[in-house]
Write a protein that binds this ligand. Structure first.
Ligand code: AMP
Length: 554
């Protein structure tokens, strides 16, 4: 384990990043580069083109954002944007520009997300004032190019993020048109979770002698993995802490380690768990060896039941009695998962590995399954009813243990003094109630909404016209959009708007039919109302069309 809290960003310093960026990473609590960052940052800083196969959750955003920021020259106030990042959805445009903003804070970098559905006026003003990094969806970026409000002549780096998703959404031509507006001498970076031949085609046409990086190719040796129960919960980011608390309540681990990505996350999770009545302790690379030893001592002695740690801090840590490893996020590389779960189920003991994944990170779970050759079962979050039942069960167990082992005679006076007036059964019930309340009582919690179920790999042909048949799958809803070909509508506009506004993946959107005046789009039934609500707040090709369920089912 490292002692020096500053040693932890040494990993990033060794990648050749400038001091302003290193300070930003320290303040965000990043302890070490993820594998994709380790491999991608040096060639990118050196100016090479790059093709990286990496999904959400691997840290790919920082892998391209840090080199982009590194090469932005200070005081380039009069020039046009120095970097352009193309992303498939509004959600990702916002996420990536927030990341660029956070990493580039000290450099005073001006970053602007541009996507359809957002009032264009604000974007125009910001562009006119000057922007260093534009993060946008292809449709809206092309709009700006056509209006001459975005000039790409000074662009030094173009990043195509989630390139496979962009192609799935029909943005291939837009991407080609945008690239044609950028200088030939530019650096081009392409990240994609999958590498179908079409992506390779783009890489061949637009990238120069790119460095290629693929993560998670190595297999795991048989015997390297302990036999533990592996499960995962899909939870939206906003509900993760609540979900963690609930899972812990139901699992009731004797001794567990919760892995987090950053120091900030470690502190925040520790605080929440303590607030929930757990004895949780933080362990991260910013702590001195002394502090860490004391925490470990308390865990071994059983005073602490939960350890909340970063990978760096937990390295080399050997705890015999761990029953659970909990990943608060999907680890940045499948290999890290294997490493983490190796800490439970030692010496033939039973153990559990539980992972919380955001909807977009499901692909990483699949990559882990491929690496380990073992299944990770997707579980449903415990409901408030489950939780109540579990708490009652714990109360019952506590009573049973007391009945079996405690000497209860000295309480007989209390019982005897009440039996004249009350029924013994009622007295027992009152005692159970008091015990239950003393142990935390009933659950005063709200249900955690489960994210719109992903239709997984279900795919249907997507076309401009045709497909009039009724969806065979009853879990599909067909939505009416009061906008069509006359307004210049293309399938990718619908996919882009729906995916961008509702957070639904492009893969979840089924057949699309566009007529002159209206369009019909299939979406998963459970997500239909959410999509309608999201679309009512946004615009498509500058209009706000009627969006509702289709009335006439053929
Ligand atoms: P991404 O795969 O780019 O979507 O990143 C996934 C998450 O990991 C984001 O929340 C990042 O803030 C976080 N992250 C990226 N790099 C690191 C790192 N080196 N250490 C800790 N967290 C990171």
């Amino acid at each position: 384990m490292e002692n020096d809290p500053f040693e932890s960003v040494a990993g990033f310093a060794a990648l050749g990043l400038r001091a302003e960026l290193l300070r930003a990473l320290t303040s965000l609590g990043y302890e070490e580069p993820t594998p994709i960052q380790q491999e991608a940052i040096p060639p990118l800083v050196a100016g090479h083109d790059l093709v990286g196969q990496a999904a959400t959750g691997t840290g790919k955003t920082a892998a391209f954002a840090l080199p982009v920021l590194q090469s932005l020259t200070a005081g380039r106030r009069d020039a046009g944007p120095g970097a352009l990042v193309l992303v498939p959805t509004r959600e990702l445009a916002e996420q990536v520009s927030q990341a660029v903003h956070r990493y580039g804070r000290e450099l005073g970098v001006r970053v602007l997300p541009v996507y359809g559905g957002q009032p264009i006026g604000r974007q125009l003003q910001a562009l006119a004032r000057g922007v260093d990094v534009v993060v946008g969806t292809p449709g809206r970026v092309l709009d700006h190019i056509e209006r001459a409000t975005l000039k790409l002549g000074d662009v030094r780096t173009v990043v195509l993020d989630e390139a496979d998703e962009m192609l799935d959404m029909g943005f291939a031509e837009d991407i080609e048109a945008i690239l044609a507006e950028t200088p030939e001498s530019r650096q081009t970076v392409l990240f994609s979770a999958t590498m179908p031949p079409r992506i390779d085609g783009i890489a061949r046409r637009h990238l120069r002698d790119p460095v290629r990086i693929t993560m998670g190719r190595k297999g795991v040796e048989p015997g390297e993995l302990p036999l533990v129960r592996q499960s995962a919960y899909i939870v939206a980011r906003a509900h993760k802490t609540a979900a963690l608390g609930r899972i812990l309540d139901v699992e009731a681990p004797t001794s567990a380690i919760v892995f987090c990505r950053t120091r900030e996350e470690v502190d925040q999770v520790t605080e929440t768990l303590n607030g929930r009545g757990y004895r949780a302790e933080a362990l991260h690379g910013g702590m001195s060896q002394d502090q860490r030893d004391r925490v470990m001592g308390r865990l071994r002695a059983g005073t602490t039941e939960l350890l909340v740690a970063t990978d760096v801090a937990a390295r080399g840590l050997d705890v015999e009695q761990l029953t659970h490893v909990i990943n608060f996020n999907v680890p940045a590389a499948p290999e890290a998962y294997v490493h983490r779960i190796g800490r439970v189920g030692r010496a033939g003991r039973e153990g559990s590995a539980i992972t919380l994944a955001e909807p977009r990170e499901q692909r990483m779970l699949k990559a882990i399954e491929r690496l380990t050759g073992q299944r990770i079962t997707l579980e449903k979050l415990p409901t408030v009813t489950d939780l109540r039942a579990r708490r009652l069960e714990l109360t019952r167990t506590a009573l049973q243990a007391s009945l079996e082992t405690d000497d209860l005679e000295r309480f007989r006076v209390v019982l005897d003094s009440l039996t004249d007036e009350f029924d013994v059964e009622n007295i027992a019930l009152a005692a159970v109630k008091l015990l239950h309340e003393a142990a935390g009582g009933d659950v005063e919690e709200e249900e955690i909404p489960s994210p719109a179920p992903s239709a997984g790999d279900r795919r249907e042909p997507r076309q401009g016209g045709g497909r009039r048949d009724r969806p065979s799958d009853s879990s599909v809803a067909r939505l009416f959009f009061g906008i069509g070909r006359r307004a210049g509508l293309r399938p990718q506009d619908l996919v882009g708007a729906i995916a961008g506004e509702s957070g639904l993946s492009a893969r979840d959107i089924g057949a699309i039919q566009i007529t002159d005046r209206f369009s019909l789009v299939e979406v998963p039934e459970p997500a239909a109302d959410m999509v309608i609500a999201a679309m009512q707040r946004s615009t498509i090709r500058g209009r706000r069309p009627t969006v509702r369920r289709e009335r006439f089912v053929r």
